[in-house]
Design a protein. Structure first.
Length: 149
């Protein structure tokens, strides 16, 4: 699984004119599921997001995790995080999981975060979403459960 994690002052998701997810300060996380991902990948990614130290304290600018900072997570399913644009001009999406597999693992990711004490909001799976955010920093971190980068 892959994620693009952005520290935000606020973020929201709108579908068909209605806000379906909103957070104040915290993390906006775009999550992609690959064809060979499993529940272990979802758990690894959730734990990494939960304990990622990207919030400031008095000692260091990147020293607290999202819960310590009093933030929340807005999780957005985004199969394009698996896009491969190394050849040609159109990204290949063959590494992305089927919608059924992706939904199950996205839900595992979301539930594990919530079970670890994180307030979680989310977008709507397979919907066209308008995502708005006010990035903080900007802090933007790429995560991959296969540790490919």
């Amino acid at each position: 699984m892959r994620a693009v994690v952005q520290r935000v002052h606020e973020a929201s998701v709108v579908v068909d004119g209605a806000t379906v997810g909103r957070i104040s300060a915290g993390l906006l996380v775009y999550v992609g599921v690959a064809t060979d991902d499993s529940a272990e990948d979802a758990a690894w990614l959730a734990d990494k997001v939960r304990y990622l130290r990207v919030f400031p304290d008095d000692a260091k600018p990147l020293n607290r995790d999202v819960v310590e900072a009093g933030g929340a997570v807005l999780a957005v399913s985004a199969f394009t995080t698996l896009a491969d644009a190394r050849k040609g001009r159109r990204p290949a999406l063959v590494a992305a999981a089927s919608p059924e597999q992706a939904l199950a693992l996205f839900e595992t990711f979301r539930d594990r975060l919530a079970g670890a004490g994180v307030r979680v909001a989310e977008g709507r799976f397979r919907a066209h979403m308008d995502v708005a955010s006010v990035n903080d920093g900007p802090i933007c971190v790429l995560l991959d459960s296969r540790r490919q980068f």
